[in-house]
Design a protein around this ligand. Structure first.
Ligand SMILES: Nc1ncnc2c1ncn2[C@@H]1O[C@H](COP(=O)(O)OP(=O)(O)O)[C@@H](O)[C@H]1O
Ligand SMILES: [Mg+2]
Length: 193
């Protein structure tokens, strides 16, 4: 192989390695899962290698046994961040529709990615609580308001608004298609596609 070919192949490697973690944080029913799955479909059609690490699914596998205390939520976010970074480092676009209510835990995930030189984008789905509670996809807001469950994010458990996200999307004002387009726009703008 000539040195020019070596450089070319090294560059190609760098381009292929445009894996990224794209974390969608927000209240329950904000639209995280819906947008992640819709975006995954579009990205796969474009030939991208995509994985979705959904909070609920992860809780039955990677985080089985974890509950909803602050400590357990932080552990959940740290674990998912760890796996996402591993995948993203190897060229996968990792979509993470996970509440991640604490700024500190989100910052740690970002720092972990940056320490490995792996790209991470954090998107805040800023859909207002009233809209999320109205949607109540899993009926959990109603249960929390009736006092049948506790530690419900946004009701009697904190959600710290992200201080400096890469993008905010309010899905009560932006429809699904436009929201997905905004996420693709972000990936393109940051050179991740
Ligand atoms: N622009 C939008 N983006 C995403 N979801 C939307 C949008 N507009 C309405 N929805 C609806 O909001 C609900 C969001 O639920 P889900 O994606 O499960 O939320 P989360 O994963 O954040 O808890 C779905 O019923 C979805 O159809
Ligand atoms: Mg979800």
């Amino acid at each position: 192989m000539t040195s020019a070919q070596t450089v070319a192949s090294a560059n190609r490697g760098a381009t292929v390695g445009n894996g990224t973690t794209l974390w969608l944080t927000g209240l329950p029913s904000a639209g995280k899962t819906t947008l992640a799955l819709a975006l995954a479909r579009v990205l796969r059609e474009r030939g991208a290698d995509v994985e979705v690490l959904d909070g609920d699914e992860v809780r039955t596998h990677l985080s089985a046994g974890l509950g909803f205390t602050r400590q357990d939520r932080e552990t959940q976010v740290t674990r998912i961040g760890y796996v996402a970074e591993l995948l993203a480092r190897h060229g996968v676009i990792v979509l993470v529709p996970v509440i991640a209510p604490y700024q500190d835990a989100r910052d740690k995930v970002r720092a972990h990615h940056e320490s490995h030189g792996t790209a991470i984008l954090q998107v805040h789905l800023s859909t207002p609580l009233e809209v999320c509670a109205e949607r109540d996809v899993k009926g959990l807001y109603a249960k929390a308001f009736r006092g049948e469950i506790s530690a419900m994010t946004g009701v009697d458990d904190p959600y710290e608004i992200p201080v400096d996200p890469d993008l905010r999307i309010d899905t009560s004002t932006l429809d699904q298609e436009t929201s997905v387009a905004a996420l693709i726009g972000l990936l393109l703008e940051r050179g991740r596609l």
